[in-house]
Design a protein around this ligand. Structure first.
Ligand code: FAD
Length: 551
């Protein structure tokens, strides 16, 4: 068996090492266009910031080490130009010598990744307008960053924000320009409010709903013209506006490619040619929650797919193929002292697809409040209103967000419901968590909703004041809290006075009660319901209001 792998980084290197562990006698050739294999793409922004040093730390392994330990035939600076499916060969170009040759295969694995988008804007090819994918790119950025007092990052996705943080660490004046009205587009907008605040607190100018229209070279620098007409002088521009699957090789060979350009594969990661498999950023995957075909460029999926494909190629036809379960899009980003993470479907995705859902927000501390150092977080959980199946989750805060989103990611993959979240037994001591973990808390609120035990209205109905004449917004926090800020048009009756002041409330209308995070609002709603009022709790309380309407 001779396995040829195109691409030697996340998916390709992972497949190659697994292939050797499974098949000691197979011939395994790895063809990589760049000078390095298996480098740490995800570490690149932190090299720009000086956090990771020296540069060698970015090399997870080297061709020499792969040859020594795994007896892999690793050829760097080797670009695969085309595939001859009938002859089962690939045409390889040695980029150092220009020599071209054919390499035969029994099985071919494509792991070519995705290439950063460079929108065809005037001046985009200026030497001061760069993208970040590999070590050559990071060297180019590093060479300019010392002398770049002003940097514009176009695109506020995960990579764009990681770069912004690291540029600030290097004392660069940094501006982030984002076409959408939010940063981190995979998350719902309100969940990104604390991230925008963190960026602005650290001096980053964040321009939302803006896009770059042209880049005009000015000496060694560049002037960025925005759609709005505003001009931003910059010494360096970094584009982080998304990636496109590198599927040209596959498409030219007649393999099936999806609408967004991803190589189509089956559950065993085999393409439309039975001798060719594909993994990583270059493929179209099944969304594990919605079932749709999506592109999700993440390192975890690429690595897991590499393992699965290698198993399926080398383990023989007598074994059932290993199955890739689909991608949930579980992702995390740290921006200064804040963290945002997500898994599964976002609310906007569910809305766009017309899928039924409900949501809860909880704002717990990451560990027991009485133990020093507790940090607040917001968790949003989306679920099926009929069955309670968890569809998605997002978290924003500081410490402990990663753990909760990981737990919820597992829950989604296991097909769990909000009732399971109520029952989850998670580790607890005061410095690590709470006896009722944030995940349990989200489960309690959501399960009460699905069971119909507890009426809850979404905060969106009250953002601009009472939604209609027969509804009142009842703030049940203390008078002091109320005076410091409240929902437009709200009345204040603190929860501890509520039983004595029921006479002030209308019996012919509807009462939407809220507090700071939802708990006192819940107690108030229970009191009101049992005294015969038509009442509901406004989900997530004033803190959720502030996420939607930051001061
Ligand atoms: P890649 O790792 O890109 O490897 C593909 C390789 O194939 C490339 O080296 C390319 O040169 C080579 N190649 C392509 N075509 C050919 C050809 N014709 N012939 C020969 N070789 C070819 N993901 C996360 O989950 N978390 C993170 O924190 C994170 N941070 C990131 C930060 C940055 C700056 C970047 C760029 C990416 C980050 N990612 C992160 C995404 C993650 O790195 C990718 O999802 C992952 O590397 C995809 O693996 P892959 O094997 O499909 O492609």
């Amino acid at each position: 068996m001779k396995l040829v792998i195109v691409g030697g980084v996340a998916g390709g290197a992972s497949a190659a090492a697994r292939a050797r562990r499974v098949a000691e006698h197979a011939e395994i050739v790895v063809l990589e266009r760049g000078p390095d294999v298996s480098f740490a793409n995800c570490g690149l922004p932190y090299y720009v910031g000086g956090e990771i040093r020296p540069r060698d730390k970015l090399l997870v392994t080297t061709p020499a080490r792969l040859r020594e330990r795994f007896r892999l035939d690793v050829r760097t600076r080797s670009n695969v130009e085309s595939i001859d499916r009938a002859a089962k060969t690939v045409r390889v170009r040695d980029l150092d010598t220009g020599r071209e040759y054919d390499e035969s295969y029994d099985a071919l694995l494509l792991a070519p990744g995705a290439t950063p988008l460079r929108p065809p804007l005037p001046g985009v090819d200026s030497p001061a307008v760069l993208t970040l994918r590999n070590l050559d790119d990071v060297d180019r950025i590093a060479a300019r960053v010392d002398a770049a007092a002003r940097v514009v990052v176009v695109g506020a996705g995960f990579i764009g924000l990681e770069l912004a943080e690291n540029l600030v660490k290097r004392d660069r004046k940094t501006t982030v320009v984002e076409l959408q009205d939010q940063v981190l587009p995979p998350l719902d907008r309100e969940m990104t409010t604390p991230i925008v605040a963190a960026l602005r607190e650290r001096g980053v100018e964040v321009l939302l709903g803006e896009s770059a229209a042209a880049f005009e070279p000015e000496g060694g620098a560049v002037s960025v013209t925005l759609q709005s007409g505003r001009r931003l002088p910059a010494d360096l521009v970094i584009l982080g506006v998304g990636v496109r699957p590198e599927s040209r090789l596959a498409a030219d060979a007649g393999l099936d490619v999806g609408q967004r350009g991803g190589i189509r594969v089956d559950e065993g990661l085999r393409t439309s040619d039975p001798a060719i498999w594909a993994v990583g950023d270059a493929i179209e995957v099944r969304d594990a929650v919605t079932g749709g075909a999506v592109q999700v460029p993440l390192a975890g999926p690429a690595n897991r797919q590499g393992r699965i494909a290698a198993d399926n190629i080398l383990r023989g036809a007598d074994r059932p193929p290993a199955r890739y379960r689909g991608t949930q899009g579980t992702a995390i980003v740290g921006v200064f002292d804040r963290v945002a993470a997500c898994t599964g479907a976002a609310e906007k995705t569910l809305r766009r697809l017309g899928l039924p859902y409900r949501k809860v927000y909880v704002h717990p501390a990451h560990h027991a409040g009485y133990y020093p150092g507790a940090e607040g977080m917001t968790l949003k959980v989306l679920f099926d209103p009929a069955t309670g199946r968890i569809l998605g989750a997002q978290g924003v805060g500081g410490a402990g967000v990663d753990k909760r989103i990981d737990v919820l990611a597992v829950a989604i993959q296991a097909g769990m419901t909000v009732f399971d979240l109520e029952e989850m037994e998670l580790c607890y001591a005061p410095q690590f968590g709470s006896a009722k973990d944030p995940v349990n808390m989200a489960g309690f609120v959501a399960a009460g909703l699905v069971r119909g035990e507890h009426p809850q209205a979404d905060m969106e109905v009250a953002l601009d004041g009472p939604p209609d004449d027969r509804t009142i917004l009842l703030d049940v926090r203390t008078t002091k809290e109320f005076s410091e800020g409240h929902l437009p048009g709200a009345r204040n009756v603190p929860v501890d006075e509520l039983r004595d002041r029921l006479g002030e409330l209308p019996r012919d209308g509807r009462i939407l009660a809220y507090c700071q995070v939802g708990q006192r609002g819940y107690i108030a709603t229970r009191i009101l319901l049992q005294h015969g009022f038509d009442a509901a709790n406004l989900g997530g309380g004033y803190r959720t209001f502030l996420l939607h309407r930051p001061g």
